[in-house]
Design a protein around this ligand. Structure first.
Ligand SMILES: NCc1[nH]cc(CCC(=O)O)c1CC(=O)O
Ligand SMILES: [Mg+2]
Length: 349
């Protein structure tokens, strides 16, 4: 025999209005009832002023070449980078962050090409500064694009040396500052590099060059597509866990940020972004200094892959992911979506 369940208050969907009131004092949905009200109570906002656009450079007669693992992202030659910088400036994007794909023949164990004042980065920075003086140029300091082993510093056997690497990074930073970099952004995670670079910049008449420290940079699987973009994926020997942070740690991020600020960092960065929003929030709460997050290549690739499969609304996922950084307390975000989002915001998204 079938048993039947008899509900005490059957409320068919069509008669929801007749349900007895719950007598709630506070109904959170009231403020959400209309667009004007949602806008009125909104706590954070994403604007074009929050965007830093990372771009990839190459030495080539071709204007562009696609980065396979980052759909929609191309490596640019210098002329094209200048055009793109001009377009970014016209959109109101405050700054770009160029990264070089260095010819394999120029890579060596000590990354000596990083010190060549005529290298791809320095030439591009000079050209962009000359043609598009109003846009900020944030230059990564690290040796990985230049080393044959793909590490951010120099090696002795299996070890990545700290102090010897810092000495070379200082030279790299000076070359970039001479070329016209507005901001040096050390991403190498060597200890003491912020202080050493600050002292060298000041000693060389570059007191106004800012430092954005990749202060809490984690040894992350989400950098994969970036390593395709700059061609270090095939060459990287081992991993970066002896200098980049353990993804399990958060107190340690506070110590890293504290040291970089003490050494003279003007701005700090947390990287990757979305999986580390707790760290972004903690760092901002703790130090109240300009705090940035990097929505890295793997985060970009995930959204693009799903969007291109029709599994996510790409525009909505892009905007939501970037707003989340603002809610967490970030002052700005490095994102490969920068021009696309700037166009969206301009159109009133
Ligand atoms: N020092 C290199 C550097 N600078 C920025 C990124 C990653 C950016 C991204 O994934 O978008 C990396 C890669 C790495 O540390 O291996
Ligand atoms: Mg550090």
């Amino acid at each position: 025999m079938e048993s039947r369940v008899v509900r005490p208050f059957p409320t068919p969907l069509s008669r929801q209005d007749e349900a007895p009131s719950l007598g709630l004092t506070r109904r959170m949905r009231r403020n959400r009832k209309a667009d004007w009200s949602r806008r009125l109570v909104r706590e954070s906002a994403l604007t074009t002023d929050d965007l830093i656009w990372p771009i990839f450079l190459m030495d080539s007669s071709e204007a562009r070449s696609p980065v396979e693992w980052m759909p929609g992202v191309d490596r640019l030659n210098i002329d094209e980078a200048v055009r793109q910088a001009a377009e970014a400036a016209a959109l109101g994007i405050p700054a770009i962050a160029p990264f070089p794909f260095v010819d394999k023949a120029l890579r060596d164990p000590t990354g000596s090409e990083a010190l060549n004042t005529g290298n791809l980065m320095c030439r591009a920075v000079r050209a962009i500064k000359r043609e598009v003086p109003g846009i900020g140029i944030i230059c990564d300091a690290a040796l990985d694009p230049y080393t044959s082993h793909g590490h951010d510093g120099v090696m002795e056997g299996e070890r990545v040396l700290n102090d010897a690497s810092v000495q070379i990074l200082v030279g790299q930073a000076l070359a970039l500052a001479d070329a016209g970099a507005d901001v040096i952004a050390p991403s190498d995670m060597m200890d003491g590099r912020i202080g050493a670079i600050r002292a060298a910049l000041d000693g060389d008449g570059h007191e106004d060059v800012q430092i954005m420290a990749y202060a809490a940079k984690y040894a992350s699987a989400f950098y994969g597509p970036f390593r395709d973009a700059i061609g270090t994926n095939a060459t990287l020997v081992g991993d970066k866990r002896t200098y980049q942070m353990d993804p399990a740690n958060s107190d340690e991020a506070i110590a890293e940020v504290m040291l970089d600020l003490e050494e003279g960092a003007d701005m700090v960065m947390i990287k990757p972004g979305l999986p580390y929003l707790d760290v972004v929030a903690r760092v901002k709460d703790h130090f109240r200094v300009p705090t940035f997050a990097y929505q890295v290549s793997g985060e970009y690739a995930m959204i693009m892959a799903a969007a291109n499969n029709g599994w996510l609304d790409g525009d909505k996922a892009m905007l939501e992911s970037l707003l989340a950084f603002k809610r967490a307390g970030a002052d700005g975000v490095l994102t490969y979506f920068a021009p696309r989002v700037a166009k969206k915001l301009k159109a009133g998204a």
